[in-house]
Ligand binder design. Structure first.
Ligand code: GLY
Length: 247
């Protein structure tokens, strides 16, 4: 399974990198996350974990660091690529939509009904709770624009309507200096405002690695569990986590 995951990530990189070169950071992270959503190996889009009532409610967010705009869909249902809906919301006045209204917005914009539940996710329902494997991407393009995107099916077996960290800049953040996408226990990430915490430190002059290490240490001090992928404007990329693993 680990090899399958690595192969999937390599293929996604091969597809998203030309998009980065041609269209820039925002389009590249949307492309990468949409491909991750399409792969049932990951807990986002197709194959997402189910909430305790057996329904898949999906959350995805995107931050354009250049424009400092955060958009998200929260607990959207029956949509193939939540990240593409979040992408469309970048151009709207109200940039975060939740629940039925998020789904209605997607339908209105031409997203066909799609069932993201797979045989495997249904079989797993009720057995494997409290998992993570949220997906994310961060990118910087040749103009120095940074973008970050994250997508998740949630932790699995949660109270219906539970809101993930991915719904806020706690889980997905980008500005002119840094981009961060988080995975792990959503509640812990929200309590720490993790992605913003790292970005604020970098804004205030700390190096990316130190900012991530310190923020993760503080999270660990209160028994928080998370992982982050991040990059800075020099193109330094880092992946740090205190969860069991991170692909
Ligand atoms: N970090 C994903 C979630 O808790 O929903």
């Amino acid at each position: 399974r680990q090899r399958e995951i690595e192969k999937a990530l390599e293929d996604i990189l091969d597809t998203a990198y030309p998009v980065l070169l041609e269209k820039g950071a925002v389009e590249a992270v949307v492309c990468a996350v949409a491909m991750l959503e399409d792969n049932p190996l990951f807990n986002a889009g197709t194959g997402s974990r189910l909430q305790s009532d057996g329904r898949a409610r999906l959350t995805a967010s995107l931050m354009d660091g250049r424009r400092q705009r955060f958009s998200a869909v929260v607990n959207i249902e029956k949509v193939k690529n939540p990240i593409k809906v979040a992408h469309l919301l970048q151009e709207e006045r109200f940039m975060v939509l939740a629940g039925r209204e998020a789904t209605a917005f997607a339908r209105d914009r031409g997203f066909s009904p799609y069932n993201p539940i797979t045989k495997e996710s249904l079989a797993e329902w009720g057995k494997r709770c409290e998992g993570t494997s949220t997906v994310g991407a961060v990118a910087i393009d040749s103009k120095g624009n940074i973008a970050s995107a994250t997508s998740t099916g949630g932790v699995g077996c949660e109270t219906p309507g539970r809101v993930s960290d991915v719904a806020s800049p706690c889980g997905t953040y980008a500005n002119g200096l840094v981009g961060v996408s988080c995975s792990g226990r959503g509640e812990d990430i929200i309590n720490a405002a993790l992605a913003v915490r790292v970005a604020t430190r970098v804004n205030d002059g700390m190096g990316l690695q130190e900012a991530m290490e310190l923020s993760l240490k503080e999270l660990g001090d209160v028994r928080g569990k998370a992982g982050m992928i991040a990059l800075d404007k020099e193109g330094q990329t880092l992946c740090l986590y205190n969860t069991q693993s991170m692909a």
